[in-house]
Design a protein around this ligand. Structure first.
Ligand code: CTP
Length: 401
């Protein structure tokens, strides 16, 4: 992964998330990117230009009317220099000014004067983000081709909980990497399974589980953003296909998912099994609707479904395997057990029950692999998926250099 000789202009507008952008500069510099920072006047109330200057190794620009700085590199030159412009954090005020094509400070002027792709990472109080005025500005910017990154949901600096948190620096870095075709998963083929499976009992009833598919769909989207070619095998869910997914295969039962995944895995470098696969299916499926027999208990005979991950790992040449483990208790013990028993390269474990896990918009994960583990703290599923993909990429490159 490298951003050598890539020229990224970071715009910083006024918001407490500006402190996270310091980390973004460091992460981009770690990959050898050239970074120049333009701050709004408001941003300087949160972080000093000196901090960004030290981190970027370049003078930081704030004012359009700084004659000395203009003589060194004028604002038009700066706009032409940038290959990507990312504004993080993008405040409500900045979104409004950009939506209206204003050029009342250096940052908005540079944005107007540049042909470079523009990425905005909004950060603001959740009430502000939800305001129709802000949403109208966002819709207008999106329609013009500006890429909106986030915001994520979660706890906010002001104490509120909701949508409006800036994406984490690591996620922003990965999106920029992918935009240059050098994402963490560039050139790799990722297969993701998502959602529940339904095991039919008769034409109107089935045995299913409480998976919404949101985590798996977020993983597929994160893999696309990291530059991978993505195939998604989805159980019965009502979710739109994430933008950029190359192929979606809809299935219903565990047996169908097993067949679809095994076929697609021949063309995959990484398989992420995020689906909650039913462990059992009715031994017999009635072609007619079963009728109630009052007063008589009904027993169903169930047969075991094949384990998709275990079938894959039993094959001599198989993709890098990532499993999930949703557990109500002894998370670490069961997760490590599954890692070994199913022959996985990595497992993402989480606690379920008590409002956690299934059907919730956010989650937390602990990743385990042979000889290591790492915690991904509770956050919205899309952001969590990006963090997960970033770790999967690291482990994949370490395991298969
Ligand atoms: N999995 C699979 N095929 C199955 C069952 C599960 O590939 N038939 C995968 C899931 O996609 C997930 C991982 O195995 O990535 C763990 O699923 P889980 O249901 O927690 O594991 P089980 O082996 O079914 O264990 P248990 O239900 O006893 O917890």
């Amino acid at each position: 992964m490298s951003l050598a000789q890539r020229r990224i202009l970071l715009g910083v507008s006024g918001g407490i998330a500006a402190y996270k952008s310091c980390e973004l500069v460091r992460r981009l510099r770690d990959l050898a990117a050239e970074v120049r920072v333009v701050m709004t006047e408001a941003a300087t109330h949160f972080v000093s230009p000196t901090t960004f200057q030290a981190l970027s190794g370049q003078p930081v620009r704030v004012s359009l009317w700084d004659a000395q700085a203009e003589a060194a590199m004028g604002h038009i030159e700066l706009a032409r220099w940038a290959e990507r412009i990312v504004v993080a954090p993008a405040s409500a005020d900045l979104l409004a000014r950009l939506a209206h094509g204003m050029a009342d400070d250096l940052l908005t002027t540079v944005c107007l004067a540049s042909a470079a792709p523009l990425y905005l990472a909004p950060a603001m109080n959740q009430q502000m983000w939800a305001h129709p005025a802000v949403q109208a500005n966002v819709a207008c910017l999106r329609q013009r081709g500006v890429q909106l990154l986030g915001p994520a949901a979660g706890e906010q600096a002001c104490g509120d909980v909701g949508s409006g948190r800036m994406l984490e620096p690591g996620a922003l870095r990965d999106i920029l990497l992918a935009s240059f075709g050098t994402g963490a998963l560039a050139g790799l083929r990722v297969l993701v399974s998502a959602g529940p499976t339904y095991e039919d009992i008769d034409p109107v009833r089935f045995i299913g589980n409480r998976s919404s598919g949101r985590m798996g769909f977020a993983v597929a989207e994160a893999a696309v953003r990291a530059g991978a070619t993505v195939t998604l095998v989805a159980g019965p869910v009502s979710l739109p296909t994430p933008t950029g997914v190359t192929q979606r295969i809809d299935v219903r039962s565990a047996a169908q998912m097993h067949a679809a995944v095994l076929a697609a895995a021949r063309e995959a470098d990484i398989y992420v099994g995020a689906a909650a696969v039913g462990d059992y299916r009715p031994l017999e499926v009635s072609t007619l609707k079963l009728k109630k027999r009052a007063g008589t208990p009904l027993s169903l005979k169930l047969d075991e479904n094949p384990d998709i991950l275990a079938s894959l790992s039993a094959q001599p040449a198989h993709p890098f395997l990532v499993g999930f483990a949703a557990e109500t208790h002894d998370v670490a013990g069961y997760a490590r057990g599954k890692l070994e028993r199913k022959g996985l390269d990595m497992i993402a474990a989480n606690q379920v029950g008590d409002g956690l896990g299934f059907e919730a918009p956010d989650n937390a994960l602990t990743l385990y692999w042979a000889g290591g583990e790492c915690e991904l703290p509770r956050t919205a599923k899309p952001e969590l998926a990006r963090e997960l993909i970033s770790r999967v990429a690291e482990r994949y490159r370490a395991a298969r250099p």
